[in-house]
Design a protein around this ligand. Sequence first.
Ligand SMILES: [Zn+2]
Ligand SMILES: [Zn+2]
Length: 255
Amino acid sequence: MKISALSSGSSGNCFYVSDKNNSVLIDCGISCRQVLEKLSDLKQNPTNLKAIFVSHEHTDHIKGVDVLAREFGIPVYATKGTYKNCFLCSDESLIQEIKEDETIKIGNMEISSFLKSHDAASPVSFNIKNGKQISIITDIGYACKSVCENVSDSDFLVLESNHDISMLESGPYPYFLKKRIASNLGHLSNLHSGLCVLEHGTKKLKNIVLAHLSAVNNTSSLALSNFRNLIKERKDMKPKIFVSERGKHTPIFDI
Ligand SMILES: [Zn+2]
Ligand SMILES: [Zn+2]
């Protein structure tokens, strides 16, 4: 399989996973035009897109879904809580309901939803399996049981590393927003992202992409150094660690 984080952060999240002639997007929080530009940059064919999986209804995860889905006639998979709580796609025949723990087969890839804790109606994360497992986990207040299990099963992990706790506390956000971000229904801090992998990662985990970094309450170097410092205790694990920079796509990773 191939994977790229086309975009991540509060300005838009979109992850591309491909397996020869079939590819899928996990979330589409950037415009259709941006998706096409990034795929072209990466020399990937947009007509291979067979599905868009939506993790929850926040704008930074759905903004480009309607136009992209209609342009290419791509089915959009979302939980009932997600599609009932937002404008997802004006062609309702493209919306496919998935349960919070369901597996959909696209070509040789099996894409499974699993529960997560976030302030949305019925939020899920996804893993993609074809021999190996990719897990894409962002927008989580804390690492609940299903998240920890998926971290343990992953060969390739995209994991939220949203904020530095002291930057959030001393930063410019209003008190209610700081409380929301730091809550169990908010976003995962650098510290808790690192601790999650320290406790639940296994030696098969070869690549980690830190994602959904806050532009205000985090920096790439802080997220990276924090993560490296935490997981160096695990002498059995030597994953490569990358950051999904805001506004840029990552390279294509082959796994
Ligand atoms: Zn988000
Ligand atoms: Zn969200």
